[in-house]
Every structure is written in C-alpha cells, then in structure tokens.
Design a protein around this ligand. Structure first.
Ligand SMILES: NC(=O)C1=CN([C@@H]2O[C@H](COP(=O)(O)OP(=O)(O)OC[C@H]3O[C@@H](n4cnc5c(N)ncnc54)[C@H](OP(=O)(O)O)[C@@H]3O)[C@@H](O)[C@H]2O)C=CC1
Ligand SMILES: O=C(O)[C@@H]1CCC=N1
Length: 279
C-alpha cells in the first residue's frame, strides 16, 4: 500500500479505468486515495464512483490540487486543453504521469510551463487484471525517487520496462495497442469455432486456455517463436494445412505492417499535437 499518496486521474476513460481497477484490486491504493475527473461526461464519473468507490468530481482544479500524483489520461488531441485546464494548480512538488500515445515529455513540460517532474508511460488495458506490459521513461525534471514511485505504481498492475524515450512510439505500436491485436485474432477463432460446430462457451474455454498456455510456454523456454510453432506442426497434418492458408493470405506480413503503422501513428500523434489542425 502506498500510504500518504493521493492519485488524481485527469481523463476517466478506458485507460484510466484499467489502471484504477488494477491498483485497487492489488490494494496498492485505497479507493479514497484516488480521484478521477473528466471533461464533461458526468455519468461516467458516477459509474466510476459506484463501481470502484473512488472520489470523482467535475472540478478539475480541485481534483489536481489535492494530488501528489497526477495521471494524465486524456486522448493525445486533448493534451493542450487538458493541461491548460489544470496548469494553474500544477505544482513542482507533484509528479505528473502521462499515459498518452505519442506525446513527448518535453512537449508536456512546455505546456505545464513549470519544472514539474514528468514520467511518460505506455501501459495497456491488461492493467485492469494486473497484467499490463508497461514501458516508461523519465522527463528532464524527474528524480530517481519519482521514477521509483511510478515503477511501483505500475508494477502493481503488471510488468515495467524502463527505457529511453525514443523507443516509446515503438512500444506503443507493439504492447500499447497489442491487446487489441490479440482480441482481433480471438474474434476470428470464435467465428471459426462457431462455423465448425462448437458452442460459444466450449470455444471460449478452449481459446482462453490455448492463449494462456502459449504465453506461459513462451515465458518458460529459450526456443524461438518459429521453433515453437514448428513443434506444433506434424508433417502433412492440420497445422501445416492451416499455415498454407495463413501464408497465402499474408497474415504475418499484414500483422507486421499493422504494428509498423501503429508505431508511425504514435509518431504522428506527437507531431500533430503541436499543430492547430490536430485531430
Ligand atoms: N485505451 C488503451 O488501450 C490505451 C490508451 N492509452 C492512452 O490513454 C489515453 C486515454 O485513452 P482512453 O482511455 O482510451 O481514451 P478515452 O476516450 O476512453 O478517455 C479519455 C478521457 O479524457 C477525458 N477528457 C477529455 N478532455 C479532457 C480535459 N480537458 N480534461 C479532463 N479530461 C478530459 C474524457 O472525458 P469526457 O468523456 O468527459 O470528454 C475521457 O474521460 C490516450 O492518450 C491513449 O493514447 C495508452 C495505452 C493504452
Ligand atoms: O489506440 C490508441 O491510440 C491507444 C494507444 C495505445 C492503445 N490505445
């Protein structure tokens, strides 16, 4: 439990909820140590306070004023507006943790107009079940202590990799968006299972255990992913037949290109946030 901390989430969407859910279920923070605020959607704040017992308020300045840690969790296109709304109450004794794709610590620093410590992170929605793969990097004014506190917050909800800021866009395309790629593949598996006669619940159990087993196997072996899928293939068998179809549709190439596009998009978000035409 992190005592004597109050963490305020500026932005109360999917990512904020995933982190809040994870922190509470790991009991790193008590509900009364957390406040969430957003721009306008009052029902969302009511839902979060009912669901998690946390404090919520539409008064952004009050929410930020009482925090020692502020987690910025708005969309990249709202970064200027969100920081401008809270700039007057942000203090150099607070720690600002950003989860925004593409937005650099230098840019956030500039918007804050203060030497506030900033940690840029890229978690993913598996935070909600304590299994985020989070990468983080410290900004210019972040101390070792600020980094350590941020690491312990995110370690409570998964793994933490600390690396240089230049790699954060690559991380965003890989593991920030990563859960979505997996769910997309699962959707195809579900559809195929339905088409070939399995009940929804039967398929669900089998798919989840298959993903879990493959993930655990990857964790516990020195073998490459190629060696692992070759292990599954019997000559002339079902997997080989399946791979012929995957190859003919360029599935692996498509996934690789998709991740590269996501990385590029993260870079673009960083650039477009600095122009008035950002979307
Ligand atoms: N979703 C994901 O898997 C991941 C997301 N991220 C990053 O997290 C950030 C949030 O994403 P996500 O949660 O999906 O987005 P959502 O759209 O779900 O949530 C955005 C939140 O920001 C609020 N907001 C908008 N403007 C302001 C403002 N001026 N002041 C305060 N709050 C404001 C919105 O409030 P209202 O509804 O009232 O407008 C909403 O609660 C993004 O920057 C994204 O890059 C990072 C890793 C993974
Ligand atoms: O789609 C997005 O932009 C965010 C960043 C990583 C995951 N979701």
């Amino acid at each position: 439990m992190l005592r004597n901390y109050h963490v305020t989430f500026v932005g109360a969407g999917s990512m904020a909820e995933s982190i809040i859910g994870g922190l509470l279920s790991k009991e790193l923070l008590a509900p009364e140590q957390i406040t969430a605020t957003n721009n306008s959607e009052k029902e969302r704040l009511t839902y979060l306070s009912d669901q998690y017992g946390i404090n919520t308020t539409s008064d952004k300045e009050a929410a930020v004023g009482k925090a020692n840690i502020v987690v910025l969790a708005v969309k990249p296109k709202h970064v200027e507006e969100a920081i401008s709304d809270i700039q007057s109450v942000l203090g150099e004794n607070q720690l600002l943790i950003s989860v925004l794709a593409g937005i650099s610590t230098a840019y956030i620093q500039k918007l804050c107009q203060k030497e506030i410590p900033i940690i840029r992170t890229m978690p993913n929605t598996s935070a909600k079940v304590g299994a985020s793969a989070t990468a983080m990097t410290p900004g210019s004014f972040a101390s070792k202590q600020d980094l350590a506190v941020s690491q312990s917050l995110f370690q409570a909800i998964g793994t933490v990799t600390t690396l240089e800021e230049g790699k954060l866009d690559a991380v965003t395309g890989l593991s920030g968006s990563g859960p979505a790629y997996v769910y997309y593949i699962v959707e195809a598996m579900e559809q195929a299972a339905r088409e070939t006669g399995l009940e929804e619940q039967e398929a669900k159990e089998l798919i989840i255990q298959t993903l879990y087993g493959a993930s655990k196997r990857l964790q516990n072996t020195d073998k490459s992913s190629r060696e692992l899928y070759k292990e599954v293939m019997s000559p002339g068998g079902t997997t080989e037949a399946a791979f012929e179809v995957l190859e003919s549709h360029g599935v692996q190439h498509g996934l690789q290109k998709a991740i590269e596009r996501a990385v590029k998009r993260s870079e673009e978000l960083g650039v477009s946030s600095k122009t008035p035409t950002s979307s």
